[in-house]
Design a protein around this ligand. Structure first.
Ligand SMILES: Nc1ncnc2c1ncn2[C@@H]1O[C@H](COP(=O)(O)OP(=O)(O)OP(=O)(O)O)[C@@H](O)[C@H]1O
Length: 590
């Protein structure tokens, strides 16, 4: 029955998360024990009634185990009645208690496991290389971390709270019926193949519909996150209607996928119950005939019919389970896709080298590119670049829009790996450096510094979480963050909204520079750090940048004369190639 309803491949999707279950083994085994206890109590439940019918009303003392238990009370119907009533109460109490504790234990295991899966998915997502993130929208990935793990949770909780108990219960009932009377037990089992065939067919159908539904939901989440992120542009351009149309299209696709699921779900349960009803009808027919014929008692018929009725409960739950499990399996596929992604080559190597690391001298800041070729997908944007940047040099990359300057910086920052050639720090390829060593050597100030929700101080500490307060204050002063922080009521402890809401572009850039100062790396990369700033803001940022540049290797892209004058060399990039390197800035004059 278990595999009939759930389908082995569905469980196989969830099975890959079994390692997460290992630490909770005891809890799970305890939960199964409680379920067995509940089953025993449920199996005992119809017997007091059978005793009353056969022993009290029809004066036919029960046989077997029940007969042995009631042996001291023959011919005392009132005592038998009181005992049966008390037994019914005690059994109900046990059943309820086992049910409560069983649910708690099993469900909490499911919750814990999912929280661990979610933690790992998020951690892996942060590790995945930029090409992966380029291919997926933020909303779609958010939906995988939040919604898909939630669906896995539903699936796991159902495995523990419905599937396992359901299988135990159905097996228990089947065995109990065979023990009560094997002929009637066999009759009850005639429904099994019908139930099996129905469940298998619908599991296949619901699985595909769940996949489509999750895909549609992911795309909808992607669009929502995109529009919310660009809300300023939406308002500024008055393009609400455009986005509403796009949303409506994806929403309709999601609706259709949802309606298909709903339709299948609605059809599934009655069909399954119909199949189970075949068993009930057969028992009623054969058992009723047995009572009329005298080889069967009314009490036993009531017990078996009660068992059949009780079996419908787990059966119904198992039928609903196929819906949860198919959705969970579709979500598990999407989450596994993240967990199975190849990680960055540089992060795969570190164990081998980290032992050597403490002995490594600090980087001098010499950067070398040897035959570097790189592209996004099939589109090559950096071609065969050879470049040597000595310690303390300040190289500016210039060239038309789309020439590949930012892409070169991204390669130097280690955000992407070259398709061919090498990017080296002090002669060692980036691929042979640990991420930690690279971060200690290279820091980046981007065109628009991103601030995370939290305080200003927490944002400054991003590059060195263990930095002392005095270090944070020193870099805040040097990068002129203190100048505007003093105007905020809580100074460096002022809360900042996500994305740096509440700070101007120039102020955010100064935070970015302070972060780089705190990282204190020998190499600094600047990607248009003053673009879009007004002259006053630019002046402050350039002053902060001058302080940052002292004694470091700097590679930057900029069109602004204020920054160009700080460079000691310039390279011209065209169509992904470095076509000219000029040692003196004087020759750069426009
Ligand atoms: N993440 C990305 N995915 C796909 N293509 C990209 C990506 N980033 C940049 N490109 C493409 O690569 C090419 C080089 O872009 P890049 O940003 O490096 O140029 P750039 O010289 O810095 O331009 P600009 O001066 O406008 O900033 C462009 O054609 C751009 O469309």
């Amino acid at each position: 029955m278990r595999y009939a309803v759930a389908g082995p491949s569905l469980l196989a999707q969830l099975w890959r998360f079994r390692a997460y279950g290992r630490p909770h083994r005891r809890r799970l085994i305890g939960g199964i024990g409680l379920r067995v206890g509940e089953l025993a109590a449920d199996l005992a439940q119809p017997w007091p009634l059978a005793i009353v019918i056969d022993g009290v009303l029809r004066h036919r003392p029960p046989s077997g185990v029940v007969g042995a238990l009631t042996a001291p009370l023959p011919g005392r119907p009132l005592a038998l009645l009181v005992c049966a009533a008390l037994a019914a109460l005690v059994i109900a109490l046990f059943s309820g208690s086992f049910d409560y504790f069983g649910d708690r234990v099993m469900n909490s295991a499911g919750e814990r496991i999912t929280s661990e899966v979610r933690r790992d998915v998020f951690a892996v997502l942060q590790e995945l290389p930029m090409p992966f993130h380029d291919e997926h929208t933020v909303g779609e990935l958010t939906s995988r971390v939040v919604t898909d793990t939630d669906r896995i949770e539903d699936g796991l909780v159902d495995v523990f709270s419905t599937l396992v108990p359901g299988v135990i219960t159905l097996t228990g009932y089947a065995v109990a019926m065979l023990l009560v009377d094997w002929r009637l037990g066999l009759v009850a089992c005639v429904a099994a193949p019908v139930v099996f065939a129905t469940a298998t067919r619908y599991t296949r159908l619901t699985r595909e519909s769940s996949r489509q539904r999750r895909r549609a939901e992911g795309m909808l989440a992607g669009l929502t996150a995109e529009v919310l992120t660009g809300m300023r542009t939406v308002h500024a351009t008055g393009s609400q209607a455009v986005h509403s149309t796009r949303f409506a299209q994806r929403n309709t696709a999601t609706l259709h996928a949802g309606l298909r699921s709903v339709d299948l779900r609605a059809r599934f349960t009655p069909l399954l119950e119909g199949a189970a009803a075949v068993g009930t009808a057969a028992i009623l027919l054969v058992g009723g005939y047995g009572v009329l014929d005298g080889w069967w008692t009314v009490g036993l018929l009531v017990v078996v019919l009660a068992y059949l009725r009780d079996m419908l409960r787990p059966l119904r739950a198992l039928s609903r389970l196929s819906i949860t499990l198919t959705t969970a399996a579709a979500s598990a596929e999407r989450v596994s896709e993240i967990l199975d992604q190849p990680r960055r080559a540089a992060s795969r190597a570190p164990q081998a080298r980290s032992a050597l690391e403490p002995a490594e001298p600090p980087a001098t800041g010499r950067i070398t590119l040897r035959g570097v070729t790189f592209g996004y997908g099939d589109r090559t944007v950096v071609r065969d670049v050879d470049l040597e940047i000595g310690p303390g040099e300040r190289l500016v990359l210039q060239g038309p829009n789309g020439a590949g300057k930012s892409s070169l910086l991204a390669l130097l920052a280690g955000l992407y790996e070259p398709d061919r050639g090498q990017v080296c720090l002090d002669g060692v390829s980036f691929l042979d450096l640990t991420d930690a060593r690279r971060h200690r050597a290279v820091s980046v100030v981007l065109q628009d510094t991103f601030l995370f929700s939290g305080t200003l101080r927490e944002n400054l500490r991003l590059t060195r979480p263990d930095a002392s307060d005095s270090d944070v204050r020193r870099v805040a002063d040097a990068a002129m963050v203190s100048d505007f922080a003093t105007d905020l009521a809580q100074g460096l402890d002022a809360p900042i909204g996500e994305g740096g809401i509440g700070l101007s572009g120039g102020q955010r850039q100064r935070v970015g520079i302070a972060r780089a100062l705190l990282a204190d790396t020998p190499v600094v990369l600047l990607d248009e750090p003053t673009a879009g700033l007004d002259p006053d803001a630019e002046k402050a940022v350039v002053t902060a940048l001058e302080r940052l540049m002292v004694g470091r290797t700097v590679v930057m892209t900029t069109h602004r004369p204020e920054l160009l004058r700080l460079a000691t060399r310039h390279a011209v990039v065209r169509h992904g190639r470095v076509v000219e390197v000029t040692p003196k800035m004087q020759r750069l004059a426009p």
